[in-house]
Write a protein that binds this ligand. Structure first.
Ligand code: GAR
Length: 189
């Protein structure tokens, strides 16, 4: 395939979604190339995954900057240098601000482990179990200035397994990895 879409993946955690996207790029199941992995958590496991895959890592911690704008300007300079065309959030646990949103209008995508607008924010799976819902799910959406808001691109329902967060998380992650790949393929066509 030609003209691969250049993406930067943003992540703060273990990086199973990062790994699934990276594998899909390698196998040619996603017409994209990860040019950069951006993290706000240099100690996160996703950094090891990126290094093992030979993907450049850019770690920026907000506390190193006076303002959110300065923090995002630094990220933006690195994204431009890497030639990133789309920003793919995969467990990036920070709100994206004005600087990145205006540099990448309608080109920032997020995945969230619930059927939004239910259970936005942190620990969406724990929130679903706590509320006793029987069905939760996964949402892929374009990012705006809100917390897990923005136009919804795709959703898939997942049963809550025995009221148990760990088992439900396992089921959700498996769906996330497929749904993110499918949705990104649709966007990059
Ligand atoms: C994923 O479940 C993702 O949907 C969630 O963080 C997890 C990261 O897992 N994102 C959010 O909650 C965003 N609000 P991973 O590090 O294994 O990809």
């Amino acid at each position: 395939m030609t003209n691969k879409v250049k993406i930067a993946v943003f992540a703060s955690g273990s990086g199973s979604n990062f790994a699934a996207i990276e594998e899909a790029c390698q196998k040619g199941e996603l017409n994209a190339e990860i040019v950069l992995m951006v993290t706000n958590k240099p100690e996160a496991y996703v950094v090891k995954r990126a290094e093992q895959a030979g993907i450049p890592v850019a770690a920026f911690q907000p506390k190193q900057f006076d303002t959110k704008e300065a923090f995002e300007e630094a990220i933006l300079a690195t994204l431009r240098e890497a030639g990133a065309e789309w920003l793919i959030l995969a467990g990036y646990m920070r709100l994206v601000g004005h600087t990145l949103l205006s540099a990448y209008p309608s080109r920032i995508v997020n995945i969230h482990p619930s059927l939004l607008p239910s259970f936005p924010g942190k620990d969406a799976i724990g929130q679903a179990v706590e509320h006793g819902v029987k069905v939760t799910g996964v949402t892929v959406h374009l990012v705006d200035e809100g917390m897990d808001t923005g136009p919804i691109l795709a959703q898939r329902a997942v049963d809550v397994v025995d009221g148990d967060a760990d088992q439900t998380a396992e089921a959700i992650h498996a769906i996330e990895h497929d749904l993110y790949k499918e949705t990104l393929n649709g966007l990059f066509e």
